[in-house]
Design a protein around this ligand. Structure first.
Ligand SMILES: NC(=O)c1ccc[n+]([C@@H]2O[C@H](COP(=O)([O-])OP(=O)(O)OC[C@H]3O[C@@H](n4cnc5c(N)ncnc54)[C@H](O)[C@@H]3O)[C@@H](O)[C@H]2O)c1
Length: 340
C-alpha cells in the first residue's frame, strides 16, 4: 500500500447511478484515492461523504479546475454534458476517464483527443467491456483462429431501463457493443442499416435493430433496448470452424465454445451428402473472475503513471462514434449508410 501523497488523486464528477462505482473502485485500488466528489445535486455528493468521510464535496466541477492537488477526474454525468466538462478538465491539465460515450459528435471527440495529445494528458473512455475477462477470451478465440473465418456475429443487449432522456439507445447501450466489436475484430463496418422505435419520449429511440456489413462477408446484427422484459447480454460468433457464445449473465461460464459446423464434401451425388452437420463437443473454458470496472480503473491509473495512451483513447472512440452516427442517420432516413 502506498502512502496517501504518492497515490493518484482523483475527483469523481457525477454521483448518480454509476459514479459511486468508480468512487468505490478508485478508493479500493492501492495506487489511487478519491479526494473530491462533485454532483450538481449536492445531496447526492453528501450521501457519498456519509460513506467516505475523507472526501470533499462540491456542486460545481469548475471549482476543481484550479486545484493542482487533483491529478485526474472521472466524468460520470449524463452523456450530453460530457464534452464541455471533459474539455474544461483537459484545458486545466487533468487526466480524464470519461464514461461512455465521450461525446455525441465525432468532431468533438477529435478535438478532445487533440487537446489531450497537445497537453500530454491521458484521456480514456469508460468502455468497461474491453476489460471484461469473457470478452478478452472471445477476442483471443477470434485472433487465434480457433473459430476460423468469421461468418456472422449476433448481439443482444436488452433490459428494462435505465431509461435515458438526453441520448438514444444507440448512444447509451449499443455503444458498448460497437466498442466490443471494434475490439474483438479489429475492423470497422463499411455499411450500416438501422431501424429504431421511440415509445417513451419523442425522438429518443428506446430500441434499435441494426445490421453492419464489413465488405468481406462478415455481417453483424445488434438488438439494443432499454424497454424489454429480459436482461440479456449475449454475443454469438459463428465461424467456419467453431461457434462461440458470450453470455455475461451465465453463472456456469461466460464463454461456451461449440465444436459445431457444416462440412462440405468434395464429391457427392445428392445435396444431403454434400452438406454434413458436425455436432462435436461443447466446452466452457475456465475464466478467472475479475470485476471489469476494477480492471478498467486500474488500467487507467497505470496509463497515467506510465504516461501511455490507453487502448480506450479518443481515437478508439472516434471509430465507435463514426458507426454510431451512421446508425443514427440510417434510423432517421430509412436508408443504408456507407462509412467512408
Ligand atoms: N460503463 C457502464 O457500464 C455504465 C453504466 C451506467 C452508466 N454509464 C455512464 O455513466 C454516465 C452517468 O450515468 P448514470 O446512470 O450514473 O446517470 P445518472 O443520471 O444516474 O447520474 C448522473 C449524475 O450526474 C449529475 N450531474 C448532471 N449534470 C452534472 C454536472 N454538470 N456537474 C455535476 N454533476 C452533474 C446528476 O445530478 C446525477 O447525479 C453516463 O454517461 C452513462 O452512459 C456507464
Amino acid at each position: 500500500m502506498q502512502d496517501k501523497e504518492s497515490k493518484v488523486k482523483i475527483a469523481v464528477i457525477g454521483c448518480g447511478h454509476w459514479g459511486p462505482n468508480h468512487i468505490r473502485t478508485f478508493n479500493f485500488l492501492p495506487d489511487s484515492y478519491v479526494s473530491v466528489v462533485v454532483d450538481s445535486d449536492i445531496e447526492k455528493a453528501n450521501s457519498i461523504k456519509r460513506l467516505y468521510p475523507h472526501v470533499a464535496v462540491d456542486s460545481d466541477y469548475r471549482n476543481l479546475l484550479k486545484d493542482k492537488s487533483i491529478d485526474a477526474a472521472v466524468v460520470a454525468t449524463p452523456t450530453s454534458t460530457h464534452y464541455r466538462i471533459v474539455r474544461d478538465l483537459l484545458e486545466s491539465g487533468k487526466h480524464v476517464l470519461c464514461e461512455k460515450p465521450l461525446c455525441t459528435e465525432l468532431a468533438e471527440a477529435e478535438e478532445l483527443g487533440r487537446i489531450a495529445g497537445e497537453k500530454g494528458l491521458i484521456l480514456a473512455v469508460g468502455y468497461v467491456f474491453l476489460f471484461n475477462n469473457g470478452i478478452s477470451k472471445l477476442k483471443e478465440l477470434i485472433e487465434s483462429g480457433a473459430l476460423g473465418a468469421l461468418h456472422y456475429i449476433s448481439i443482444s443487449r436488452t433490459n428494462l431501463g435505465p431509461i435515458r432522456t438526453d441520448v438514444n439507445v444507440v448512444y447509451d447501450l449499443m455503444t458498448h457493443d460497437l466498442s466490443i466489436l471494434h475490439h474483438i475484430t479489429g475492423k470497422s463496418p463499411l455499411r450500416v442499416t438501422g431501424v429504431g422505435g421511440s415509445y417513451l419520449k419523442k425522438g429518443i429511440e428506446d430500441v434499435a435493430f441494426v445490421t453492419l456489413e464489413y465488405g468481406d462477408g462478415l455481417i453483424v446484427s445488434i438488438r439494443a433496448s432499454w424497454l424489454d422484459p429480459h436482461k440479456v447480454r449475449q454475443i454469438t460468433v459463428v465461424g467456419n470452424k467453431k461457434m462461440a457464445l458470450w453470455d455475461d449473465l451465465d453463472q456456469t461460464g461466460a464463454i461456451t465454445i461449440y465444436d459445431k459446423g457444416v462440412m462440405q464434401q468434395p464429391s457427392y451425388t445428392d445435396f444431403a451428402e454434400f452438406i454434413r452437420l458436425r455436432d462435436g463437443d461443447i466446452t466452457i473454458p475456465k475464466i478467472p473472475f475479475a470485476e471489469p470496472l476494477k480492471n478498467q480503473d486500474q488500467y487507467f491509473i497505470s496509463m497515467v503513471r506510465q504516461k501511455k495512451s490507453p487502448v480506450n483513447n479518443a481515437a478508439f472512440e472516434c471509430n465507435v462514434l463514426r458507426v454510431i452516427q451512421a446508425v443514427n442517420e440510417s434510423i432517421k432516413t430509412g436508408r443504408s449508410v456507407s462509412i467512408g
